[in-house]
Ligand binder design. Structure first.
Ligand SMILES: Nc1ncnc2c1ncn2[C@@H]1O[C@H](COP(=O)(O)OP(=O)(O)OP(=O)(O)O)[C@@H](O)[C@H]1O
Ligand SMILES: [Mg+2]
Length: 265
């Protein structure tokens, strides 16, 4: 399988891009893939903390693009997960300082050593995102939560991508609440994807174990919750496997059986 660059983006901020990027890296690593996560949210670095390696950051992405250090010096291996590495974001810089051509060159070099390169984008449609799009990722994954403002913003990002003739993005709907979907208070992932006219790559339920893991500085993929299982399914789809969507909120008997009757006959 040829190396793939995936851009993880959203319109609205705080929808779970960095959490998803970190979790996908771990899930793909567990599946035996070589993964490099690149924190491209210049000025607001997060991925190092989510991955629990913030004390190992010496050099960052801008140091590499500016020639301040060798690429190998800036790559941080993830302890306990062979094959997964992080290229951290610069904390004291602005998006405009990242040169698109130099970024592209760094990505070309990463392609030689990794199966997946995951770019964690900043929120919004400004310079930060445009620089990453100029690096021509093979795949764009748009993350959204099932609320009107987020969906509206995602619609605008999707339209912008279509106008630029960039790869057709795939959608991941995060923080779904099955009981609310059942009650008709929240759109399901399929309905969201249909209204945005985007193919649905995955759906992740609201799961407090993700937030708890972040607070406790634990690996969210080590939690036994439904969100970690959902991310594992998304990673398998990224690797080309056909994995059915759970359809949270649409088939109550399946959902409740998994939640309340786990392990029982
Ligand atoms: N499925 C989920 N269930 C519960 N909490 C979640 C879920 N996904 C993400 N979160 C929480 O949402 C918060 C925001 O997540 P995250 O930082 O990944 O968003 P982001 O899109 O990267 O934000 P930004 O736009 O600021 O970069 C975090 O506290 C995270 O733990
Ligand atoms: Mg983020």
């Amino acid at each position: 399988m040829a190396s793939q660059v995936w851009l993880i983006a959203s319109g609205k901020g705080g929808v779970g891009k960095s959490t998803l990027t970190a979790c996908l890296a771990v899930a793909l690593g567990r599946a035996g893939k070589r993964v490099c996560t690149v924190d491209a949210d210049i000025g607001l670095r997060d991925l190092d903390a989510i991955l629990g390696v913030e004390n190992s950051v010496v050099y960052d992405l801008l140091d590499v693009t500016r020639g301040g250090c060798a690429l190998a010096q800036a790559l941080i291996p993830l302890p306990g997960q062979e094959g997964v590495q992080l290229l951290a974001a610069s904390q004291f810089a602005r998006a405009r300082e990242l040169d698109p051509k130099k970024l592209r060159r760094v990505l070309e070099r990463l392609r030689q050593s990794f199966d997946f390169i995951l770019l964690d984008a900043p929120a919004g449609m400004e310079k930060g995102l445009r620089t990453l799009l100029a690096a021509r990722p093979e795949e764009i994954l748009l993350v959204g939560t099932p609320d009107d403002t987020c969906m509206r913003d995602l619609g605008r990002v999707a339209m912008f991508l279509r106008e630029k003739e960039l790869p057709a993005p795939k959608l991941v709907v995060n923080r779904l609440r099955p009981a609310w979907i059942l009650a008709g208070d929240m759109p399901g992932a399929r309905a969201a994807a249909e209204s945005l006219e985007l193919p649905l790559l995955g759906e992740i339920p609201e799961d407090e174990s993700f937030l708890r893991a972040l607070i406790r500085r634990e690996n969210p993929m080590d939690t036994a919750g439904e969100a970690a299982a959902a991310v594992t399914r998304i990673a398998r789809r990224m690797a080309g496997e056909e994995v059915p969507l759970p359809d949270y909120g649409a088939r109550p008997e399946k959902w409740y059986r998994r939640l309340f009757h786990r392990g029982r006959p």
